[in-house]
Design a protein around this ligand. Structure first.
Ligand SMILES: Nc1ncnc2c1ncn2[C@@H]1O[C@H](COP(=O)(O)OP(=O)(O)OP(=O)(O)O)[C@@H](O)[C@H]1O
Ligand code: SF4
Ligand SMILES: [Mg+2]
Length: 346
């Protein structure tokens, strides 16, 4: 059986921003050019019809990945390849943003906001067909046809995010890039929007690249989770594998920030610390200043991403050493199935 073609394959993706002072200031103050590596050599596939979530603290590069994948900014290196869409047409992607108010034109009626892609892409002929499709899209996201006559400011935050989703769906995309789509909403409204997105995914066979800093949210949404730290993916695993046995010390730290189910008022004990500046990242493993397991090797040598037998991929020397210790050296015993870490191609 041949493996399904992924909806998206990202390979060696890197984005460096030039954050130098204006050249005249640099000249006068003799400052060098400064570069910020926001996304640093990341690779992942997103299988068709699945949800891959990127998670990590503020500034780790999540939105930069979203902008790169949606084509809003260009990569410094690496490639982004969408699989073929239905009937061999190029697969189409749409982005849903964190702040639905900023992404909806306040002077337009909601019906016209949703109708714009239909008209621009000539997806419906004639005004009656456009209106009928707008009413259908409003119903799909749980709003009524009469809501199309109102303006965005007449809606709550959750309703505005429903409008953004209806607009995104108007162009009939197969792939949605969702950058913190619910983090501006109250918790109860968040759950409604996440459930709506799950239902739409099931009904329409959509593929999601989903971004959040909230582990509880990504657990609800994702088939697979990629944990980012300072521009790199440090651990990637199927959701249940990650929650059952997080391997990277940073993943464990993130999971410790989820409220304890037994005593929800008390957050679990965490060793936190600040995220270092990406302008001056630590040497070796960039997590070493915050890591309880760091040693001299961690300060000197950057860990490679290694595939694990349970389907996860982890960049940590301790995890690699534990895997190496498990490997049986004697070749007479034959090849060891599923116990050794596999070096991934660069
Ligand atoms: N256009 C830009 N020019 C310069 N630096 C940028 C630019 N966009 C992002 N950065 C920097 O790149 C790093 C990653 O930013 P990004 O917005 O991708 O992080 P994030 O994970 O989405 O954070 P948050 O959770 O706060 O949204 C940050 O240090 C940020 O300051
Ligand atoms: S490589 Fe070292 S510093 Fe980095 S996460 Fe692993 S143990 Fe911690
Ligand atoms: Mg962001």
């Amino acid at each position: 059986m041949t493996a399904a073609v992924p909806a998206l394959t990202v390979t060696g993706l890197t984005r460096v921003f030039d954050v130098s002072a204006p050249w005249l200031n640099r000249l006068i103050e003799r400052q060098p050019q400064r570069f910020l590596r926001a996304v640093d050599d990341i690779s992942f596939p997103v299988p068709r019809g699945s949800c891959l979530s990127l998670v990590g603290e503020s500034g780790c590069g999540k939105s930069t990945v979203a902008k790169l994948v949606s084509g809003l900014i260009a990569p410094s290196a690496g490639s982004i390849a969408f699989g073929p869409g239905p009937a061999g047409k190029p697969l189409s992607a749409q982005m849903i943003f964190q702040d639905p108010y900023a992404s909806l034109n306040p002077r337009w009626r909601v019906g016209d906001i949703i109708a714009e892609p239909l008209r621009e892409m000539s997806l419906r002929k004639g005004e009656a067909d456009v209106r009928a499709r707008v009413a259908e899209l409003l119903a799909t996201v749980g709003l009524s046809a009469s809501d199309g006559r109102k303006f965005p400011h007449e809606f709550s935050g959750g309703q505005r995010q429903r409008i953004s989703i209806a607009r995104a769906l108007a162009s009939e995309p197969e792939f949605l890039i969702c950058d913190e789509p619910t983090s501006a909403l109250d918790v109860s409204v968040q759950a409604q929007i996440l459930n709506l997105m799950r239902r739409l995914q099931d009904e329409m066979g959509l593929t999601y690249l989903f971004i959040s800093h909230d582990m509880s949210v990504v657990r609800h949404m994702s088939d697979e989770i990629a944990v980012m730290y300072l521009g790199r993916i440090v651990e990637q695993a199927p959701t249940e594998v990650l929650f059952a046995g997080p391997k990277h010390p940073y993943t464990r730290l993130l999971l410790d920030t989820i409220p304890n189910v037994q005593s929800p008022r008390r957050r679990r004990q965490t060793q936190t610390g600040e995220v270092p500046s990406p302008l001056n990242p630590p040497t070796g493993c960039t997590f070493h200043p915050r890591c309880p397991e760091a040693d001299a090797r961690c300060r000197a040598e950057r860990p490679e991403v290694l595939a694990q037998p349970d389907g996860s991929r982890v960049a940590c020397h301790r995890v690699a050493e534990a895997m190496a210790a498990l490997a049986v050296p004697a070749p007479a015993r034959g090849p060891l199935k599923g116990a050794g870490a596999v070096r991934l191609p660069a």
